[in-house]
Write a protein that binds this ligand. Sequence first.
Ligand SMILES: *[C@@H]1O[C@H](CO)[C@@H](O)[C@H](O)[C@H]1NC(C)=O
Ligand SMILES: *[C@@H]1O[C@H](CO)[C@@H](O)[C@H](O)[C@H]1NC(C)=O
Ligand SMILES: *[C@@H]1O[C@H](CO)[C@@H](O)[C@H](O)[C@H]1NC(C)=O
Length: 284
Amino acid sequence: MDSNIIVLLTIFFFLESVLSYCPAADHWSGWWGYDGYASGPSSWGDHNEDWVICKTGKNQSPIDIKPQALLYDPQLQPFKLETASVSGTFRNNKRDLTLLVNNISPAVNFTAGPLSYTYRLYQIKLHFGRENVSGSEHHIDGKAFAGEIQFMAYNSDLYANHSVAQVSPRGVAILAVFISHLPVDKLLPKSLDHYMTYAGSLTQPSCRETVTWIILNKPMYISSKQLTDLRRIPYQEWRDSNARPIMPLNRRTIRTNINFGKRTRLCSMEVSKRYVANPDVGLR
Ligand SMILES: *[C@@H]1O[C@H](CO)[C@@H](O)[C@H](O)[C@H]1NC(C)=O
Ligand SMILES: *[C@@H]1O[C@H](CO)[C@@H](O)[C@H](O)[C@H]1NC(C)=O
Ligand SMILES: *[C@@H]1O[C@H](CO)[C@@H](O)[C@H](O)[C@H]1NC(C)=O
């Protein structure tokens, strides 16, 4: 599939640029961060009235994805990525590494999958840690990966730009790809076809709950050297990782198009979770 190749190129472009990036002076004005009592994630909601939802929100991200809680949804279509290439400017803002996507080049679009609108890529963020066992924001069954690349797109059908979209309903879609570590050569996620999806928030202030998360089932593997290079990038103002701690799921549904129960009909949720309309009694 073309789109797979494209997303991989994007990832490579991204990593290579990170490795060769020379940080400039800090132009960032905020004071929030990942460490410490005063500025760490637990205090984000106290500092700015626009960020209150960081503290009070019930649909926050990231989350720990428990495989047994996944709901198989046979209606979920493969996710689609439309693009030729991507270019942009890197910013080492001390909290993460962000590629601000160039507006001039043709838009990179996210469509289909769980999305009913077209979303336009506007930035790519990298979260990672100093250790192999931490760095990703989302966890799977209590385990973190070495890192997480987040491709952030805004709803370009409804909103003029990402600033407006980030604070508006159905505003943002984020494609998350885990980074894992292999001592051998790099392997790549083979497809965008299988993913998990849930409704959540931005993982940095303002923590707005406007995000449809799409988490790829396959991590992307990078070498020891690439990971070491990443960890050596200077001016990262955090001790262990720039991952926000896990937030409570609070009865949200995490859907997937991975049919774990395919082999045994008994275990499949496809049939067992269906309502039947009864003309006499209504739903039963
Ligand atoms: C993305 O969508 C926009 C507007 O719908 C369109 O102009 C553009 O060509 C699309 N990009 C690609 C790569 O198809
Ligand atoms: C990460 O794992 C690799 C391969 O197993 C190992 O060589 C390296 O020392 C580990 N690094 C850390 C920081 O644990
Ligand atoms: C985003 O769009 C809104 C509404 O059209 C506009 O007021 C605002 O200036 C735009 N912001 C940026 C950063 O372009």
